[in-house]
Design a binder for this molecule. Sequence first.
Ligand SMILES: Cc1cc2nc3c(=O)[nH]c(=O)nc-3n(C[C@H](O)[C@H](O)[C@H](O)COP(=O)(O)OP(=O)(O)OC[C@H]3O[C@@H](n4cnc5c(N)ncnc54)[C@H](O)[C@@H]3O)c2cc1C
Length: 403
Amino acid sequence: MALKIAVIGAGFAGLGTAYYLSKTGHQVTVFEKDSQPGGLAVGFKNSKWSWPLEKHYHHLFTSDTAIKSLADEISHPIDFYRPKTSTFIDDQIAQLDSPFSLLKFPQLSLPDRLRTAFGLALMRFNPVYKPFEWFTAKKYITTLMGQASWQKLWEPLFIGKFHDYADQISAVWFYGRIRPRSASLGYPRGGFLSLAESIQSAAKKNGANFIYNKSINNISELSKFDKIVCTLPTALFSKISGLHYPPLPGLGAVNLVLALKKQFLTDGTYWLNINDRNIPFVCVTEHTNFIDPSHYAGDHLVYVGNYLPKEHKYYTYSNTKLLEEFLPFLQRINPNFEKSWISRSWLWTTPFAQPVVLLNHYVPPLTTSIPNVYLVNIQQVYPWDRGTNGAIELSRKVTELIC
Ligand SMILES: Cc1cc2nc3c(=O)[nH]c(=O)nc-3n(C[C@H](O)[C@H](O)[C@H](O)COP(=O)(O)OP(=O)(O)OC[C@H]3O[C@@H](n4cnc5c(N)ncnc54)[C@H](O)[C@@H]3O)c2cc1C
């Protein structure tokens, strides 16, 4: 019998849920507070560009099988490339994206490079995540890779990303970042917004209905539905359902996006980790060193990224104020860089971008204590780090649970 099912949110979890449930013949209605699909992976478009750009940098790994198989099923191509990842350390850019580049990495001694490679390999080739729940990432790294590796390579990134939580992050979060990582990175043709629109079209063909600019403030608004699938972060779900969950810490994101007349990372680096904590951002990501600038009318697109607690002052800044603050640091990375290179800038913020995974981490279940109400969200992708692939994987799981 076809059930009437409401889905709250048209991010990748909501889109996947709408697609899979409508495919099995259920009558699905999606409610989304924004005006378009995509959620955290949504894009924006300058009038000259042929492709939209994500507000926050996004790519896929070759191990992201759930989203790849959905994209295949609906004939939306995902292209894979081998862009360069590097680290800004001691005022130099050093490539660091393969065992070979690690073995050449000048900022660590040879024994420390070998220990670091061993600690990473133990995560890469181990299919079992459970033992990593017993200790922190710091403990794992200092014990296996050594103090120098922690202090030079990892600690600046943990502080940059997790701030006061840096020493307490579970080793399982680190495992979830290292194990699925691939050197080749994928990007949906036309961008993540275009893939989101393709999933929406496929769900619509199955009879799903999408209602945009509609915020659900209480699940009682959906009482005419047989089942409800909520894809909001747990704290928001608590608000609209009245259910209580243990506190789940998280951080927001602040991304300054620059459209430049010239290439910024001239060695071709796509992803630059910033290992210097005197610099007030954690990564510089040159999207057009990954995806051809011809899709963006020749603009060179650069993200200057940060994960921050929601009370941080940068959430109150304008793009021009943040740019003024970042300018001297961008010039340290590329001494030739001038303000005149910038043709446009945007500032995108989101209050919830990154779950903080500590020891004894609590993962909310898909079922809730309200019958026929399900929760599918970014905090359940565990042991993997959050991502669009995890969102699609969970949407398949909740569909199996309902059908
Ligand atoms: C800076 C950054 C970088 C990232 N990098 C990557 C990456 O490289 N690769 C990758 O795969 N993933 C990446 N991610 C993560 C990825 O974007 C998310 O994991 C994924 O998009 C989450 O999808 P979701 O559907 O679970 O949640 P969301 O995308 O948050 O979707 C929830 C939806 O619900 C809507 N909503 C909220 N409240 C209401 C309401 N009351 N009523 C109705 N609708 C509501 C929201 O508008 C939103 O559209 C990144 C995220 C960020 C922030």
